[in-house]
Design a protein. Structure first.
Length: 181
């Protein structure tokens, strides 16, 4: 189902919108009892939720296509062991240029690929003992798409977590260590 959703983002958005419509309509009829108000709210929330899913999906697809032509990747980065208030709990979106045991990371503002801040060279990357995990709802609150996978790497500067699409994650892992599973 997830693979089908990646192939057909518009149909996935419509399906999510229909589910949002049904839930909102049922809730509105139970709480308010007025069919007109419940239907109006259901249509509104179906459009908002379905449209949000569609544009989130298209945003990363378009950005990834632009970057892939240059050999760059869209990723989210955070440093879980850093001091509180820094990037210990905040995902930072950026462009990654992987090399052998190295990633050059340029923070960006949004899907328009506007640079934000200085580039960081993450060197001495090695595979960590922690397993790969999928982005959860807590990560999604910071705009990390739910389909993204999160890997943990050790570096010269400490522990790094990188959230990326499955294809991008594989490219990063290959750059870090060709024997990484």
């Amino acid at each position: 189902m997830r693979k089908w959703g990646e192939i057909h983002p518009a149909l996935r958005a419509v399906l999510v919108g229909v589910v949002a419509f049904a839930i909102t309509l049922a809730f509105g009829l139970i709480v308010e009892g007025s069919l007109e108000d419940a239907a109006a709210n259901a249509v509104f929330y179906a459009l908002v939720v379905g449209g949000g899913v569609f544009f989130m999906t298209k945003r990363f697809t378009a950005a990834a296509e632009k970057l892939d032509q240059r050999g760059d990747l869209v990723v989210f980065l955070r440093f879980p062991d850093s001091a509180p208030g820094s990037l210990s709990s905040i995902w930072q979106m950026g462009i990654a240029s992987p090399g052998t045991r190295r990633i050059d990371f340029q923070p960006i503002v949004d899907d328009k690929l506007v640079p934000n801040g200085r580039s960081k060279a993450l060197t001495g990357l090695r595979a960590s003992d922690l397993p790969m995990r999928r982005a959860s709802r807590h990560d999604f609150e910071q705009d990390v798409p739910l389909g993204f996978q999160i890997i943990t790497l050790d570096s010269d500067g400490g522990v790094i977590e990188i959230a990326a699409s499955p294809a991008t994650r594989q490219k990063i892992q290959h750059a870090v260590d060709s024997t990484y599973p």
